[in-house]
Design a protein around this ligand. Structure first.
Ligand SMILES: [Mn+2]
Length: 311
């Protein structure tokens, strides 16, 4: 049985408290519990204070068969930051701009930029599967999108990127492979109807919105589907959304996702999907939580199985 743990972002102390709460013990070969395994949802790094330690804990659990993991968008970005673009000499797959550096510099500091430890960590990130489709549950960082998963398939071996050369394609904006990796790791974005835009909290004008991608219904409107802050939702019109922009979720197996910085009291999104990211790295939230879902084989998910610690 599995304990699915959400985005950690370098909060190793909270991770250890959560593992204890879930019944894991620290032994010579890492944290473990007979009969159970952890599944990490990705986003081990960026933002938090103990990123190297977080990686160490997860890596040892995985190596000793006490855990599985999928990749988060922060690991994907870390790979792209560290990987030279084979088609543009001197450039990297993620542009080394000031903005991208700011997002990533705590990690670079933690491992030592361009050090051996950095390279080893990136090699480990590259081995992480982009999703898991197990016998009874599914796991992906942000969005289970059947067509995008199919697009990624030729690049993968046991759900991890098979060939080093594939990173160039997966990171090339404008390709189908890039759109697929973006969507499953960062969630689905759709264009708003023609002429509709909104201003986000940073003052940027947006013509696209993140979505509650798991919803699907003939009557759904852009306002139903848009995932924007409460003070912005009124700017999104109640206009029907074309059904091809609603992947929905088939609910054949329970699905676990992270990524969405939930707040409030942890509970599943619905009977078939639980988001286990409760914003441990949100510095402005005194109730920031690291959360897990204790899965015991049930087909319908329950709020009773959400377990968490506060920062
Ligand atoms: Mn994320």
């Amino acid at each position: 049985m599995f304990d699915i743990i959400g985005d950690i972002h370098g909060h190793a102390a909270a991770l250890e408290r959560l593992l204890i709460k879930l019944g894991y013990e620290l032994r010579a070969d890492g944290w473990q519990q007979a009969g159970r395994k952890v599944i990490f949802l990705g986003d081990f790094i960026d933002r938090g204070p103990e990123q190297a330690k977080t990686i160490d804990i997860a890596q040892r659990m995985i190596e000793n068969d006490h855990a599985l993991a999928v990749m988060g968008n922060h690991e994907f970005n870390a790979i792209a930051w560290a990987t030279e673009d084979s088609q543009n000499s001197g450039a990297f797959l993620r542009a080394r701009t000031q903005k991208n550096l700011r997002q990533h510099e705590a990690f670079l500091h933690a491992v030592g930029a361009d050090s051996r430890a950095h390279r080893k960590t990136i090699d480990w990130f590259k081995e992480l599967p982009l999703f898991l489709d197990l016998d009874h549950i599914r796991v992906v960082h942000a969005c289970w999108h059947v067509e995008h998963l199919a697009t990624l398939k030729p690049f993968l071996d046991r759900h991890a990127v098979a060939h080093p050369a594939s990173w160039t394609q997966l990171c090339r904006d404008g390709t189908e492979a890039f759109a697929a990796a973006e969507t499953i790791l960062k969630g689905m974005e759709i264009p708003l109807p023609k002429g509709v835009e909104f201003t986000d909290k940073d003052g940027h004008i947006r013509q696209r919105t993140r979505t509650h991608w798991w919803l699907a219904d003939d009557d759904l409107t852009y306002r139903d589907l848009a995932m924007v802050p409460a003070d912005i939702i009124e700017q999104i019109p109640h206009q029907p959304v074309p059904t091809e922009l609603q992947p929905g979720y088939d609910a054949l197996k329970p699905l676990f996702i992270g990524h969405y910085w939930m707040s409030g009291t942890p509970e599943p999104i619905n009977k078939h999907i639980a988001c286990v990211d409760w914003s441990i790295a949100a510095s402005d939230n005194p109730k920031a939580k690291l959360c897990a879902y204790q899965w015991d084989g049930e087909h319908e998910l329950s709020a009773d199985n959400m377990v968490w610690v506060e920062r």
